[in-house]
Design a protein around this ligand. Structure first.
Ligand SMILES: Nc1ncnc2c1ncn2[C@@H]1O[C@H](COP(=O)(O)OP(=O)(O)OP(=O)(O)O)[C@@H](O)[C@H]1O
Ligand SMILES: Cc1ncc(CO)c(N)n1
Length: 272
């Protein structure tokens, strides 16, 4: 669908990310806004937490006051408006509950992509233990699509199992779609999409042996939100996002001594 087909007939879509900051620039808000730019949409942000983070791991994180999160979301929604929303690191149980409530107040039909971020690529926690219940009990039900990786799907489902079994448990918590990402599995990364309406789809790609894959989850979810904001259906949006993340991982580059970022500009690099 062309960008001129956004709900308000605007030349682009307005997409809001509610997420944490990654000082290293590869994940979080920074990845989200870069991805949105690459998809030609207008990216906006509500910051939930600040992390001190680099290619080696997360050295610390600090939540923002809930009042600040509420004010950022309201400022954007009340004036500029949103065609799609993506959530990432929410950090605390209180912020998770607040964001669920704010998303419940959105005009009906605004797609919401929930990336249930629990840990960084290095396994460093990005969420308090007691926030998992809030994620499962309050955030999933306001989501159009949730995008857990395998460990997150098992944590939220409270069990292990095949992607189909995990998705069945997660769909019971209320999201319309569950996309279980395969980046953590052996072999080529296959992402499995399940709809509450019974739709099942698989998105496969060749595994890139590039280790510089910091922020893949944030990037994929923001790409899905961007395409949904532009009017794609969920299957189309996930397909476009998968193509984008596959190219971005393959082009990821070595910044720092550990896991570097993906290249959000990989499609345009040759033209710069
Ligand atoms: N090495 C790889 N090659 C190609 N695609 C990959 C690779 N690693 C991950 N992906 C893809 O990236 C997307 C994100 O998956 P992943 O499981 O890495 O998410 P994540 O763990 O939430 O990421 P992060 O926590 O780093 O943000 C998926 O579409 C997955 O298939
Ligand atoms: C701020 C932030 N959000 C999400 C992730 C998950 O990759 C990360 N590493 N940092």
């Amino acid at each position: 669908m062309s960008p001129s087909a956004t709900p308000l007939g605007l030349p682009t879509a307005r997409v809001l990310t509610i997420a944490g900051s990654d000082s290293g620039g590869g994940a979080g808000i920074q990845a989200d806004l870069k991805t949105m730019l690459a998809f030609g949409v207008h990216g906006m942000s509500a910051l939930t937490a600040v992390t001190a983070q680099n290619s080696l791991g997360v050295q610390g994180w600090w939540p923002l006051p809930e009042e600040a999160v509420r004010a950022q979301v309201r400022s954007v929604v009340d004036d500029i408006g949103v065609d799609a929303v993506k959530t990432g690191m929410l950090g605390t149980a209180g912020t998770t509950r607040l964001v669920a409530a704010l998303l419940g107040e959105l005009p009906s039909g605004v797609p919401v992509v929930v990336d249930p971020v629990c840990a960084s690529k290095h396994g460093d926690p990005l969420i308090d233990d007691d926030a998992v219940d809030a994620l499962r009990g309050e955030l999933l039900r306001v989501a159009t699509v949730i995008t857990p990786n395998l460990p997150e799907a098992e944590l939220l489902a409270g069990r292990s199992g095949t992607p189909a079994e995990l998705a069945e448990t997660l769909l019971a918590h209320g999201p319309a779609w569950v996309l279980i990402k395969g980046g953590h599995a052996e072999g080529d990364p296959v992402d499995h999409l399940f709809g509450a309406d019974g739709t099942v789809a698989e998105f496969a790609a060749a595994r890139s042996d590039n280790r510089h894959s910091h922020g893949t989850g944030c990037t994929l979810a923001s790409a899905i939100a961007s395409r949904l904001g532009l009017g794609d259906d969920v299957v189309g949006a996930v397909g476009a996002a998968k193509t984008y993340i596959s190219g971005a991982v393959a082009a990821g580059f070595p910044l720092g001594a550990g896991i570097g970022p993906t290249d959000h500009l990989w499609r345009l690099r040759a033209h710069l």
